[in-house]
Design a protein around this ligand. Sequence first.
Ligand code: NAP
Length: 249
Amino acid sequence: MKRLEGKTALVTGAGRGIGAAIAKKLAADGALVYVNYAASKEAANAVAKEIEDNGGKALLCQCNISDYDSTKEMIENIISKEGAIDILVNNAGITRDTLLSRMSEEDFDVVIAANLKGVFNCTKHAAKVMAKQNGGRIISIASVAGLIGNIGQVNYSASKAGVMGMTRTLAAELGRYGITANAIAPGFTKTDMTDVVSDKIKEKMIASTPLRTMGEPADIANAVSFFADDRSRFITGQVLSVDGGLSIV
Ligand code: NAP
């Protein structure tokens, strides 16, 4: 029997990048995966199709997770169909990078709304059913930028540091219901998010990473898989860096 057989997972921002890799991995582990997307319907469809073609189970759910009411509706829909959400992966995230001197109020607000409030929105509604079912896994994708900071990312690093703080508090509040809450802090990982940076900056990123390479989405997905099943049953409130050693230098 597969590790996550019979479990229902929701992965936010699962049409592309790290989220797509997480959705595929959890489906390969046996979970029914809800592939959330905001705008990338075709890409999300392709992820769900790939999962199905490989013998897994996937369904699509559109929702802008920055919006409290839409998120509530998405999660209530999943619960009404499946009766449960066992695994929530808060992966969706955006960047609006620029120096503080040039950062607009909107740049700050939209990043906090997606990366921090979005995690609150999803977790608030999913945790309610997890508490009733006496168990669940909340896994949030933070960032090395939330641990050590990064020039041009005042908004983003604040949002990701917030996710790590929220994770510790969730672990303390929800542990009595058998729910674990952990975060993963990726380093530079090959996705659309990092594809936009110049080759010069990419070279700098790689040079500053002890393992001298960028991460692959699958590297993050493997860590999520560990936090999603019973191998991690006694671990909660932790932040695991999956960053090639970047945060220790
Ligand atoms: P990406 O390729 O840019 O993909 C971002 C994903 O988030 C997309 O699927 C997007 O969906 C979704 N998303 C954004 N805003 C959303 C919203 N309001 N509601 C629902 N979905 C939304 O990024 P990625 O590199 O895979 O990043 C995934 C996570 O890892 C993010 O939280 C990011 O901060 C974190 N991370 C990435 C790196 C890296 O180097 N790549 C490093 C550290 C942390 P649509 O396309 O449908 O809008």
